[in-house]
Every structure is written in structure tokens, then in C-alpha cells.
Design a binder for this molecule. Structure first.
Ligand code: BG6
Length: 511
């Protein structure tokens, strides 16, 4: 049989490549901030390095500080050197950076938007960006309103005939349901839903996208993806990091609002959703919303039996002593903010009746990692009784990060004349199977927003449903303070969280 022509990696053969996004100008509000330096510019540079960006692209940094185009580019180059996934190529950087400029203005100064409009029109002529604009709100949420208002007043929200104008809104998208609704209505005044891209960067992670493929492109998994075969599901996001200079925000937010309302509920939705009718953005998001609507509300006293909140005390991470949360800079010495939360969540629908979803997230935990573990039910204890010991149940682990991949634990007979059964793992690693580094979430999300694909962005109703669930928990929390449990930095959260699972005869997985 003739061999196929040589390709870089046979597994990549046949993968469809996507169309190049339209030429456009990306305006970053908050261009001198952390997000721009750490994530946005490195992501755009990597897209450029991979040849994924249209040649006609311009990036305009909009911020208050005094800067020239040159000093702005130099500062971004330093950041890209530090944070880029691929090392910087001087020639490529200089060609990419030639499309970057700086626009100095206060967010509340309408004249700054009028001059921005002139600048963007000039860029259309000089660089061929064709009137397409992507506005990125990489600013603190208290700035959203004024920016949206000024974009609208200056008419920048409306694209000229045949062009488009879109907005990307960073998290946190509100601090509770009323504020999220308010923000949604502000956005709606300036941009239609189809032009609104609410970032949840977990959706841009390659492995999060693979959940649907794993479930719906493999007959063996989907057939067992229900309460008949699954005992429970554990979703973990653990970080050794502390608040890292973000105390001003984090102390008001806490882990529930910072991570559960968005990232972890999104992972839960992807794990629990029904197959969508097709792969369109709305079909997928419709199914996710149904999951959110099926969450059994955690209200009143059930909060104190189903949700454990914790805060780290002093301890050690990787052998190095670290201070307690309450001793971190800018944290109130009596702060009640939770740096850890563990929840028992139930999805009250036909598929998941009786299957608990245990979700935990924490800072200053011993190891960093995000994973979804599907714990299957035990086999009847009949056949292998004589072999002694207990059989380990099957577990399918989707590693979101690091070491992205999927593993399945099965039981196997150890070689030898006696019947000894041991757990073994079947493992899939992205890196080795596809021979390609996993792109950063922001790369995918920026590309999708430029291409007009909102699938990996949260829709208005998703965000609001998630807040409803989270607000009920917080409403119970404000009635008490004695349930805040403490754990030493470097421990796997408070012992109370272990109890949450012990009640069900199970335990948290060790990452
Ligand atoms: C952010 C949270 O949304 O996600 C941070 O605000 C958290 O507190 C971060 O550290 C985790 O993201 P990642 O991609 O590092 O898992």
C-alpha cells in the first residue's frame, strides 16, 4: 500500500486548520496593566509567531500614563521576553511591534475617544485594518461603565458598513447577580450580545475544550457518563501561590467568587452537559445553561453542611516559610475572605441524580494543578474476592493543567502464578501524542474574538445563572463567621473538607 506523504506528525494529519481572522485594530484599555504584560501581548506575539494573525493588524494601548509609542513597545518587549511561551525572535518581534502604538487618555475623557476614533481611521488607511475594531477591557471592573459609555457616546461601538466592532470584557463580571445584571445592561447599551465576549480563560484552555471531544467523539465514554456507572466526580483547582499582590481585589472577592462562579462551574458544565444539537456557540451554551439551572441550590443551613470555606495560616510552600493570609500586605488582620472552598454540588437532572460533584479550589496548597476526576462505581465484590485486598475503582482523570492529558486507571493482573490485582494507568499526554506545545488560553480566545466565534466565551444567561448559585451561598455565609476553617499553608486545605467526602465513604484525590 502506498505510504502517505511525510507530515510532521501523523496524528496531526487531517486536522482542519482555521481561517485567518479579519484584519483589525485591537484597542486594549488598561494597556499598562499586568494582564496586558503577562497575557495579552505574549499571546498576540505567539499568534504572530505561529503565523495565525492577519498581516493587517494593529494594537493600540489605551491608558492614562505618559508614554511614547517607543517606550510602550520597549516595555512590552521586556514583558514578552519574560512571559512568552516561545522565546522572542528579534526580527519577528520588531515586525509585530511595528503594529503597536500608544494612545494616552483618561478613561473618563471623551476627547480621548474622539482622538482614538481618528487614530483608528488613520490606521485603517495605513495598515489596512478595514474598520474592524476589537475593544479589550483589561481594566478593573469599576472602569467598565465609563469606558462603555464613552465608546457609545463617541460612536466607536458601531462599525461602518461591512466592518465589525466587538468588545471583550475581562472577569470579574460583576460581584453578585445584581451587579452582573447591571453590567450586562451597560454592555448591552453599547454592544449587542453577539458582539460581546465575556472572558473565562479556563474555556480557552486546550484540555477544557477537549472535554467535549472526549465525551462526544468516543462512544465508550458517553455510554457510561451517567449515574448508573459514575459514583462521583471531583473537580480540583489547586495553587501553591498566595494572593501575589492582588489582595485589594482578592480580599473582597474570596475563592468562591474568584474561581468557582466562573472557572470551576464552567468545568462542571462541560463535564455534566448533554450533547448539543450541533457545535454552534449557542447550541453549546444552551446546554451549559441547562446544567446551571439544574444545580440544586445551596441555601440556608445546607450551606454549612455542603460547603467548607477555609483560609490559610502560616506554613511552608516547597520548604520555604510563608505568612498567613491575614498577614499578607493589604489584607485586613481580621479578614474573613476564603482562600479555599470545597463544595458538594448536585445536578438535579435525569443523568446525574444521586451523583455528587465535589469541587475544591484553594491557594497555598502543596501543588499546582487542575483536574476533573470521574470516579466510576465499584464492580460487584464477587469474582476476585479470593485475590484478597480491595480493588481500586476505575478513575478517568482529565488533567487540565499542568501535563495536559487524560488517564484511565484500570485494574490488571500482576505477572506471576498467583492472582494479584494492581491498579495501572493508561495515559495520554498532549505533548507526546501531538508533538506540539499547548497554546495559552489567551491565544485561542483572542483569535476566536477576532474571528467572531463566541463559543468559548460566557453568554449573559450563563454568567447570571452562575451568580444565582454563588449568591445563595454567600447569603448564608454572612449570617455566620464561625465556620471559616483554617489550614496551614502547604496543607491540602482544612480537615473539614476531608469530612465532606468521608460522609460519602470517599476521599479527595492526591494530585
Ligand atoms: C484567575 C484568578 O481568574 O485565575 C486567580 O483570579 C487564579 O486567582 C487564576 O490564580 C488561575 O488561573 P490559571 O490559568 O493559572 O489556572
Amino acid at each position: 500500500m502506498p505510504q502517505p506523504a511525510h507530515t510532521e506528525n501523523p496524528l496531526r494529519e487531517g486536522l482542519t486548520s482555521r481561517a485567518m481572522p479579519d484584519p483589525c485594530s485591537i484597542v486594549i484599555f488598561g494597556a499598562t496593566g499586568d494582564l496586558t504584560h503577562r497575557k495579552l501581548i505574549p499571546a498576540l506575539y505567539n499568534l504572530a509567531a505561529d503565523g495565525a494573525l492577519p498581516p493587517a493588524l494593529s494594537v493600540v494601548g489605551f491608558a492614562r500614563r505618559e508614554k511614547t509609542d517607543e517606550s510602550f513597545r520597549e516595555e512590552l518587549e521586556e514583558a514578552a521576553k519574560k512571559y512568552s511561551r516561545q522565546s522572542l525572535d528579534a526580527e519577528l518581534w520588531s515586525s509585530f511591534a511595528s503594529g503597536i502604538s500608544y494612545h494616552r487618555s483618561a478613561f473618563d475623557d471623551l476627547s480621548g475617544y474622539a482622538s482614538l476614533a481618528e487614530k483608528l481611521n488613520a490606521l485603517d488607511t495605513q495598515r489596512g485594518t478595514r474598520g474592524n475594531r476589537l475593544f479589550y477591557l483589561a481594566v478593573a471592573p469599576d472602569q467598565f461603565e465609563v469606558i462603555l459609555e464613552n465608546l457609545r457616546t463617541s460612536g466607536l461601538n458601531v462599525a461602518s458598513e461591512g466592518s465589525w466592532s466587538r468588545v471583550i470584557v475581562e472577569k470579574p463580571f460583576g460581584t453578585d447577580l445584581p451587579s452582573a445584571r447591571h453590567l450586562n445592561s451597560l454592555v448591552e447599551c453599547a454592544f449587542p450580545e453577539k458582539a460581546t465576549y465575556r472572558i473565562d480563560h479556563y474555556l480557552g484552555k486546550e484540555t477544557a475544550q477537549n472535554i467535549m471531544v472526549l465525551r462526544f467523539a468516543n462512544a465508550i465514554f458517553e455510554a457510561m457518563w451517567n449515574s448508573r456507572y459514575i459514583d462521583h466526580i471531583q473537580i480540583t483547582a489547586s495553587e501553591p501561590l498566595g494572593v501575589e499582590g492582588r489582595a485589594g481585589y482578592y480580599d473582597k472577592s474570596g475563592a468562591l467568587r474568584d474561581m468557582v462562579q466562573n472557572h470551576l462551574l464552567q468545568l462542571l458544565c462541560l463535564t455534566a452537559m448533554e450533547p448539543p444539537t450541533d457545535l454552534s456557540a449557542d447550541a453549546i451554551r444552551d446546554e451549559k445553561v441547562k446544567v446551571l439551572r439544574s444545580l440544586r441550590p445551596l441555601i440556608g443551613d445546607t450551606v454549612f453542611t455542603s460547603v467548607i470555606r477555609g483560609q490559610y495560616g502560616a506554613g511552608a510552600i516547597n520548604g520555604k516559610p510563608v505568612v498567613a493570609y491575614r498577614e499578607e500586605a493589604n489584607v485586613d488582620a481580621t479578614s474573613q475572605a476564603e482562600t479555599y472552598v470545597a463544595l458538594e454540588i448536585h445536578v438535579d437532572n435525569w443523568r446525574w441524580a444521586g451523583v455528587p460533584f465535589f469541587v475544591r479550589v484553594g491557594k497555598r496548597l502543596p501543588k499546582g494543578g487542575t483536574e476533573i476526576a470521574i470516579q466510576f462505581k465499584s464492580v460487584p465484590p464477587v469474582l476476585f474476592k479470593a485475590a484478597g485486598g480491595t480493588l481500586d475503582d476505575n478513575v478517568l482523570v482529565i488533567r487540565i493543567q499542568p501535563d495536559e492529558g487524560i488517564s484511565l486507571r484500570i485494574s490488571a493482573k500482576m505477572p506471576g502464578s498467583s492472582l494479584r490485582i494492581e491498579p495501572v494507568k493508561m495515559d495520554f499526554h498532549y505533548g507526546t501524542s501531538f508533538g506540539k506545545a499547548t497554546p495559552e488560553a489567551y491565544e485561542r480566545l483572542l483569535l476566536d474574538a477576532m474571528s467572531g466565534d463566541p463559543t468559548l466565551f460566557a453568554r449573559r444567561d450563563e454568567v447570571e445563572e452562575a451568580w444565582k448559585f454563588v449568591d445563595a451561598i454567600r447569603a448564608a455565609w454572612v449570617t455566620r463567621s464561625d465556620d471559616l476553617a483554617f489550614y496551614s499553608a502547604g496543607a491540602w486545605g482544612p480537615t473539614e473538607a476531608d469530612e465532606l467526602l468521608r460522609k460519602h465513604g470517599v476521599a479527595w484525590r492526591r494530585l
